[in-house]
Ligand binder design. Structure first.
Ligand code: CA
Ligand code: CA
Ligand code: CA
Ligand code: CA
Ligand code: CA
Ligand code: CA
Ligand code: CA
Length: 724
């Protein structure tokens, strides 16, 4: 209950005149209508007993409607609602002046009523909220003014203080300006938009009433972005494996950088670093926006097996901020290189006597690929006398001999070297190396036949070539260049002094003419020497048989004159019958075989039988060589028998030839006929050795041993000229 109370009591009495007094009361605003403000009668000191005759009333005035006075007892009452803020606005003291008239006797009294303030208003903010934008780079200590609140009350009932909600960045500072208190935000700790974009604060205005009243204002601090963050890559560095020969456009990797800033300050673009290899830039492309690195050229592991790319991310702030990042692209090998074979020949000519293990060539294998793709297995063609020996260094081999070489068997080898890598699929290379086997003098000259037989017809022309020997050497060039010489023993019996051999072609010439009748046979040796170093040689025995030539005419021995001519006359009786003995003629020939002929003239005279015995005169003429008297009689015997035999043979042959002369020409055209000697047969008679020489004999030919004559039965019908 709100009570009015007298604030001031005063009484002024003017005797004989109008009495007036000054009364002061106070009452709180907003008390109930009818509340007593003061007891005017009492305060004027009027006697209660006389009050019934007195009358109280308010003199109407500006504020009379607010109050009323009880006419009978003089109580001053609140007549209408009292609102101090309406009555007096912000005035510190609010006083209502009233005039009260008391009648019987008439008195005027001045009453002032002070309406005191009650805390009937809360502070208010003009707006519900306030937004303040502050750049994040703003330094601490900077102030930002906030809107103040209003409170119509006065004194303590008005705003006494402001309060800011708990926060990390701001403090509240109140400045008094005239009677107002003005709140300021003071930045205590620097803002970071990336940490917190909006800071929500509550500013409270509080009055001093009891109880106090307050109001809140939502203050939003919006932190404005500053480009204070670099782009940051998702990885510190990037590493990726890429197969070589990757197709153009293949996405290799995507780099990604983020920027915490806002808007353009946080918009990231990518680019290659400035000092990057031009070649790398040719091989890779980078998407500016997406950060995708793609293959843009031919990637060859063998050229580059790793790429180090610097990628730069930059925002669009002013100025922009950048970050670098390294992208390592490791290239994975693909088996795209064949092995390469390089042959360094030490010698292309290998001596055939080269020892096992002789190095012929060095083989170097390279493969540009790596790992298994570059691991190479090397092999040789089979069945060659060579092998590959691995060297201490990988992919180095030596080509060495493993078997004995023989140039005479095989003088050249085409060796195929195969190099195959271990890639998937494997790649191979072939290379052929030609190896020539160099000759070594390891073959002696060989005579195809040993001994050789030489049949040399007597009376040969001195100095003429009579024979030829030839040896063969399997070696090559000088090692096969044969020269010949005759082995000479010396001494007067050595026939080789009459022979000469052409050292180059083996032609043997006789320096003298041989005589069958003196020398029938002998032998000598020819040596063939090659030109090797050291030289090799072999020899051949040549058996020489001197062939008889008909160089002795038959000698007809009957009759023989003292001067050597044979001439005779034979007288025979007329009455001789056919088949009767006429005479005997003897002849001899030193030669053997077909005969020259000798002519003897025998004159036959027919005489009467008695004369026949009485006279006989024979004339004969013949050429006779000088002969040894020791053999004379033997020769006579032989000669006569031979002559008869020859004559009979001639007759026989003449008869045959007349039958079939066609055989002659046929025989002469025989290809096997050597033109000199067809056949020879040796036989013995006593101590002497003879040779029968004649045309080729058929199997049916026979020699009748024991005969004194040349008993050759000839199956062919060769014509022999003869004269009788
Ligand atoms: Ca008030
Ligand atoms: Ca208030
Ligand atoms: Ca920022
Ligand atoms: Ca930024
Ligand atoms: Ca490769
Ligand atoms: Ca390879
Ligand atoms: Ca050889």
């Amino acid at each position: 209950m709100f009570w009015t109370r007298p604030v001031l009591f005063s009484l002024v009495i003017c005797y004989g005149q109008l009495v007036s007094a000054q009364l002061k009361y106070s009452t709180a605003e907003e008390v109930k209508v009818g509340s007593i403000v003061g007891n005017v009668a009492k305060d004027l000191g009027l006697d209660i007993g006389t009050l019934t005759s007195r009358m109280f009333r308010l003199v109407s005035g500006a504020q009379d409607a607010l109050f009323e006075v009880n006419p009978n007892n003089g109580l001053l009452l609140v007549h209408k609602r009292l609102d101090r803020e309406q009555l007096c606005d912000k005035s510190a003291v609010c006083v209502m002046d009233l005039k009260i008239v008391v009648e019987n006797p008439l008195e005027i009294h001045y009453v002032s009523v002070e309406v005191t303030d009650a805390n009937d208003h809360a502070p208010t903010f003009a707006e519900k909220g306030k937004i303040i934008e502050i750049a994040e780079s703003t330094l601490s200590g900077v102030r930002f003014q906030l809107p103040g609140a209003r409170d119509p009350d006065v004194g303590m009932n008005s705003i006494q203080r402001y309060k800011l909600s708990q926060n990390d960045h701001f403090q509240l500072e109140i400045r008094d300006r005239d009677d107002d208190k003005i709140p300021f935000l003071v930045l205590q700790k620097q803002l970071d938009r990336e940490e917190k974009v909006n800071h929500s604060l509550i500013l409270s205005a509080i009055d001093g009433g009891t109880p106090s009243k307050s109001a809140n204002l939502n203050v939003t601090v919006r932190v404005l972005d500053v480009n204070d963050n670099r782009p940051i890559f998702s990885n510190e560095g990037y590493s990726v494996v890429l197969k070589e020969n990757a197709a153009l456009g293949t996405a290799v990797i995507r780099v990604q950088a983020t920027d915490l800033d806002e808007g353009a300050n946080g918009e990231v673009e990518y680019d290659f670093g400035g000092d990057m290899n031009v070649e790398v830039k040719r091989l890779f492309s980078l998407d500016k926006i997406l950060g995708v690195i793609r293959v843009d050229g031919q990637i060859d592991f063998e050229t580059y097996n790793v790429f180090k790319l610097d990628v730069q991310a930059s925002d669009k702030g002013q100025p922009p901020m950048t970050t670098d990042c390294r992208v390592i692209i490791k290239i994975q090998d693909v088996n795209d290189n064949k092995p390469d074979i390089e042959v360094t020949s030490i010698t292309s000519m290998v001596p055939e006597d080269a020892k096992h293990g002789t190095v012929i060539a060095l083989i170097s294998i390279t493969d540009n690929d790596s790992g298994l793709n570059g691991k190479v297995i090397c092999s040789l063609t089979e069945n060659v006398p060579l092998e590959l020996k691995p060297s201490f260094k990988e992919n180095m081999y030596s080509l060495v001999t493993k078997d004995t070489l023989d140039r005479e068997t095989k003088s050249s080898y085409d060796i195929s070297i195969t190099a195959t890598d271990c890639g998937e699929p494997a790649l191979s290379t072939f290379k052929t190396v030609n190896i020539q086997v160099k000759d070594v003098n390891d073959n002696i000259p060989e005579f195809p036949q040993n001994p050789l037989e030489l049949y040399l017809t007597e009376n040969n022309e001195a100095g003429a070539s009579v024979f030829s020997v030839s040896a063969f050497d399997k070696d090559l060039d000088d090692n096969a260049a044969i020269s010949y010489y005759i082995v000479r023993q010396g001494g007067h019996t050595d026939m080789t002094s009459f022979l000469n051999v052409n050292s180059e072609n083996g032609q043997i010439s006789a320096l003298k003419s041989f005589d069958f009748e003196t020398l029938k046979s002998f032998q000598f040796q020819v040596v063939a020497t090659d030109g090797g170093s050291p030289p090799l040689s072999s020899n051949v025995t040549v058996k020489v048989f001197i062939l008889d030539q008909n160089d002795n005419a038959p000698v007809i021995l009957y009759p023989v004159s003292t001067n050597g001519s044979a001439e005779g006359v034979e007288e025979i009786p007329r009455n001789l019958k056919a088949g009767d003995w006429v005479t005997k003629v003897r002849a001899y020939d030193a030669d053997i075989g077909y005969s020259l002929s000798a002519t003897a003239t025998v004159t036959i005279k027919l005489v009467e039988p008695k004369e026949a015995f009485a006279a006989s005169d024979i004339k004969s003429a013949a050429k006779v060589d000088e002969e040894d008297n020791v053999t004379f009689y033997l020769i006579i015997t032989l000669g006569s028998v031979s002559l008869l035999f020859v004559i009979s043979i001639i007759v026989l042959i003449a008869m045959q030839c007349s039958k079939s002369t066609e055989y002659t020409s046929k025989y002469l055209q025989d290809a096997n006929y050597d033109g000199t000697l067809c056949h020879s047969i040796q036989y013995r008679s006593g101590d002497k050795r003879y040779m029968l020489v004649g045309p080729r004999m058929s199997i049916g030919s026979t020699v009748v041993p024991g005969s004194h004559a040349n008993t050759l039965v000839l199956p062919d019908r060769r014509h022999t000229s003869g004269e009788v």
